[in-house]
Design a binder for this molecule. Structure first.
Ligand SMILES: [Fe+2]
Length: 155
């Protein structure tokens, strides 16, 4: 069986290693792979598709880091992720749609999305909040963080 996560990781690393700003590069590694692991945890808990969730996590902010431009990065990132997944030939059309739809909507933390897309939105919040739980949680992430803690039995 091909290891799609490793194929994707090599491609992501090529992009990240080309980042000239060392501090941004550190943030990129931490965040993309941190979100990918949080995706795995949440997908396992909810019996979601763990492999696709990890891939979505690795790709979700790739546009911001590849182009050093955060503006509209979710929508543009969905386009870039589709290009990457298509060129690497590691996912079916249906799987590419699932991953790219999740990336497209991931910045919208207030809406409730389909089950697969919810994994990515929650993983994004979890990575931010777990970086340093002693820090104040950002207002737009508070509700999801509290829900996640309850889901994992943390009060
Ligand atoms: Fe993110």
């Amino acid at each position: 069986m091909i290891n799609r996560i490793e194929i994707l990781r090599k491609h992501i690393d090529e992009i990240l290693l080309n980042m000239t700003d060392a501090e941004e590069r550190r943030c990129a590694y931490l965040h993309l792979y941190g979100v990918a692991q949080a995706c795995a945890l949440i997908a396992l808990k909810r019996s979601g598709n763990t492999e696709l969730a990890i891939m979505a996590g690795m790709l979700h902010d790739i546009y911001s880091y590849a182009k050093m431009d955060k503006k509209d990065h979710a929508h543009k990132g969905a386009v870039l992720a589709r290009e990457i997944l298509t060129s690497l030939q590691i996912a079916s059309d249906t799987e590419i749609d699932m991953i790219c739809d999740a990336i497209y909507t991931h910045s919208d933390k207030d809406a409730v999305h389909d089950d697969f897309s919810e994994i990515l939105v929650d993983a994004d919040v979890l990575q931010h909040c777990l970086y340093n739980p002693a820090c104040e949680i950002m207002a737009h992430e508070k509700n999801r963080y509290e829900k996640l803690k309850r889901e994992f039995g943390i009060e």
